[in-house]
Ligand binder design. Sequence first.
Ligand code: HEM
Length: 440
Amino acid sequence: MPSLRSDLSAGQGIRPSAVGSSGLVTGLRQAVAFHRRPLSTLIEAQRVGGDGFPLRTLAGRMWVVASPDLAAEVLHGPPGRYRAGSANRRILPVLPHNTILTLDGERHRARRRVLAPLVHGDSLAAITPVVRDIAAAEIAGWPTGAPFATLPRTRFMTLRIAVRLLLGVDGRAAAGELERHLRRALHPYAMLAGIDRLGWLGVASPQAAARRCRAGFALGLSQVCEARGARRGDGPPDALDRLGVPAGTPPRPDDAQIADELFALLLAAHETTATALAWALELLANDPAATGALATEADAERRPLLDAVISEILRLRPPLVDIVRELAEPVRLGDQRLAAGANVLIAPPLIHRCEHREPDSFIADRFLGQRPNPRTWLPFGGGDRRCLGASVALLELREILTHVVRNFTLEPAGGQREDVRLHGTALVPACGARVTLHPR
Ligand code: HEM
């Protein structure tokens, strides 16, 4: 089987699905390796392939862009050339097709305009005390003096915050209920819905399973939002307000568009932030000097070290392994010709290693007194699809980490640093970021 590189020198360009049979075996092996050891697989492939190289993933074949210049070319390319919506549908086939994450073109821009006020200005200021209160209430229930996996706890906390921000509903019970429905909707069988060839299975197909899961989510969402009736409508608008659901009422369970958008927003908002928080706790537990310095700074109005630490956490452990685009037309990227329909993957973990000393080390003050360079710091993606909730995520990280270091010292649970595993498209700590908290 000729390598992809020799395909290219023959001038054929990468096609979306050009893989032979032995290529299939090699590709499958690479896909499994990427799943099990995402970082080392990417770094090794970059060592061999340089600034651009092919990668088989479980979502199909990708062309990985590993240099800041090429990444910028993709993220800031001409309108319509690089499609994020269709690429997101490929990597997360369980996502409905009519959401901010999965739409393209004018329909995407219109949806973004509708939702943007949720995460800016007054709304952001109004959620600060909400984040503080939920963080304090949740962390009060965390164990002390014994090791525990923080990731499940940070997941629940960020879901509770997202439920409050997006649905206007608060409380552990509502978040618990939504968590159950989300978990069901992310059933591994439904995740196979992107494989069109399985459609012949009819009602037993993953596509049908995904539809049933989403209908279940819509019903659950409507029930959870009954509590919205009690809200007087004096707070900042939530996502349901922005999407036109009348104030104080739950969305109708048969309104698939509202349920689908909320499904996508809840997923985008909580898993990423939860992963970043868990890594933050793992990294700080292994750096008591930085944790102590953060505690000293915690009561100051300006917290420059905290901002630097958060930037470094998101550099070293970006929660998402990929930012993806599908080509609407043939493109030359570097010395590579790619055909229309090919998928391009920008891997923040690779871009984040560029232009830094000791790129694989956590250096708490690496960004002290300077903003990260947007060319080489891409945890939130970029261009017109940059993460809509970046400012909310940063606010959550600032408030929650301040609460933790002010009240606890942290100790790593084991002698070894945790490996990185792929969970969907998230780069999660292999053991859930196990740490021990001790009250100060
Ligand atoms: C540390 C936490 C987070 C990280 C690392 C993160 C990362 C990302 C990334 C990499 C993208 C894709 C950007 C691209 O394609 O260029 C994205 C998209 C998005 N994120 Fe986030 N995210 C986080 C938190 C949040 C939160 C809290 C919300 C909501 C409140 C949110 C809402 C969204 C939405 C709606 C999109 C789709 C934007 C679009 O396609 O126009 N994210 N995020």
